[in-house]
Design a protein around this ligand. Sequence first.
Ligand SMILES: [Zn+2]
Length: 480
Amino acid sequence: MTDTIKVVRQAAWVVAWDEEASCHVYRQDADVAFSRSGIVYIGPAYSGPADEEIAGESLMVMPGLVNVHCHSGDEPIAKGLFEDVGTAALWGNALYEYSALIDSDADAKAACQTVMLGDLMRSGVTTHLDIASPHPKWLSLAAGSGLRAYLAPGFREAQWRMAGSHRLDFDWNKGRGRERYADALAFVEEARAHPSGRIDGVVAPSQIETCSEELLQMAVGEARSRGLRITIHAAQTMAEHEELLRRTGETAPKMLERLGILGSDLILGHCIFLDHHSWTRQRSRDDLARLAESGTSVAHCPVTFARSGMTLESLGTYRRAGVNVGLGTDSYPFNMLEEMREALICSRVAGRSVFDLDTGGLFSAATTGGARALGRDDIGRLATGAKADLSLVDLSHPAMQPVYDPLRNLIHCAAERAIRDVYVDGQAVVKDRCIVHLDYDGAVRELRDAQKRACRQAERDDPQGRSLSVLAPYSLPLAR
Ligand SMILES: [Zn+2]
């Protein structure tokens, strides 16, 4: 394959990496040359070979966003169902009683994944970490999309079971959990051997409270011996927090510290309900230091939690405590730029101050924060020698005008509307706002039937035998 060189000429703005200062900086009127093998040049008047020239006078070139937590499995068909419900006795969370009822069948998995991948790349994501149950097309779709992918097949020994609408119980089946674990390890090896070089696997005990301590330690030991990243949902709900207190008397970080699991290769999903969070009413203030000192990363996905009235307290506080935080989208709308906007707003509301977090700090979390969580210094930044994972932002879009500070316009206003082209390894995955390698429209059509099937199944599965109109009432009454 020939390695053609593309050059963005005189880009109005470039978000470039300053190695010495170890931070992103703006450059104006700069050339950016890149190829399949990486970023070749950033600076004035590039004079090397060029196979394709891109006029840059109305463009910002920025590093691809790194999404360290998303779920392709069922989330795209849960859209529109449970945004207004929750379990009051479980702190208003909808996860256990409602969301868990929606499952995509085998036919729908590929469509769900295709829609997620398309939405992510159109919002400037170039790397994603997808936690899901493996299906036959999972690896081939991720690879074929052109995105950089970390595939994390989840496994667990206990299933959630709701007793009425008031108590969360656990159905343990360790034998089945161990089989899933073995399957996951086999899948991870298959993923990392993919010839594209863009795919890796992650060891993913699904939730801290649905795996035994023995399995958590075994899986983490295995991941470390193979040099793999690890991700676990932890401190994600108050129900989980209270369950851990009941079992061990510990918060999630304290328990993981005792088990020797905290570390720089670990990404904890959500990590909201720590001992300093106002809802947990703990008397200690040690959890943030546990995460910071061990180098453990947090995957922060504000939108889905804010919809249920909860938020991490606060992104700015975690960063100041020295905790590495990357951003993820978790669920729909799989729009990383909207996620970033919400992360900034939630941080300032939870921190009760406009000074809790600034746009530059937020952008770092969404780029180098995620890259660090994945143990990489060659993505999430535009520097010579780094991967050519980048987006071209259309500054002429009305939502970007007038341009004083393009990142602020992008995050606070335009979002994905201004993302024109997205490149991974120097190859376009989004070109003129169109997805290059996926049949996005076909997948969207499949989701309609898939959601209907999932809704019928949810009515059959609901332990209280409720109809969909009771589980998920319309937001407005139907006219008589
Ligand atoms: Zn999640």
